[in-house]
Design a protein around this ligand. Sequence first.
Ligand code: 13P
Ligand code: SF4
Length: 314
Amino acid sequence: MDLKNKEYIDKIKSLAKEKKAVIFAHYYTRPEIQECADFIGDSLALAQQATRVDADILVMCGVHFMGETMKILCPEKKVLIPDMNAGCSLADSCKAEDLAAFKAQHPDHMVVSYVNTSAEVKALTDVVVTSSNAKKIVDQLPQDAKIIFGPDHNLGSYINSVTGRNMLLWNGACHVHSRFSLEALLQLKKENPGVEVLAHPECKAPILAQSDVIGSTQALLQHTIQSFAKRFIIATESGILHEMQKACPDKEFIPVPPEVTEGVGCSCNECEYMRMNTLEKLYACLRDEQPEMVVDKEVAEKAVSSIQRMLQMS
Ligand code: 13P
Ligand code: SF4
């Protein structure tokens, strides 16, 4: 870590202490952001932890929907997010008005939404899930329940396959997880015989079919810690490698590369929205106490029940 980063991290930590602020970071953020955080976790753990901390200010280093979820769960606290433009391609793939129209076409269906959605979509939802608890929650719903699941099609297909349900799936996807290259994964498996493949359920079905462990970022991290194996092939956003390497310094993690589409975007397996959280922006956000997350009161009141239901069923 260069001195500039170290100085920033120290300044951020002392400012947070002074202001009684707690810093949360998702596993996909830059390593130096994770170093500033009081809590690092997957989307479920971050939401759960936010309701437990004693603080005046919560700073969410992740993406917009994570800050929104935090504000909905902790309306009396000031919730800051270093960059309001840190969005999510998956959340963007389901607009509230489109979901409302789809619900109107299927009035006998309940709605299960992945946490990667806007507050407006959560307000139209019966129960929210994350990749950590989706199976557990769907398993608790009545066997004869008709269900719309959105927005991640890959996660929905995977949950259908492990629960035996036939949920109606929204056709959304995460641009990072849906672009892992099957060809590159098969090549890595050939070059590294016997090495386990760990994948996030947002990956496409052919990648999941080649995987030994499928789980949320937290579950994948736990597996690397508990396993006796020394090497792992990882199919999820590469930010998680920082925490894996830190927790298991003697183990090796081999990231699966994405498909390379000539002239389109970058060829790395990083979420550019998560990378929008920089030390400079985190420091400025703590110093100026903005940008502050605001959620429309009426929307928040409707959305909170679907999130609370998730927390109760987790
Ligand atoms: P987790 O639920 O594993 O934190 O995943 C969130 C996410 O955005 C995955 O792309
Ligand atoms: Fe959204 Fe994908 Fe980024 Fe996760 S990795 S925040 S699903 S765009």
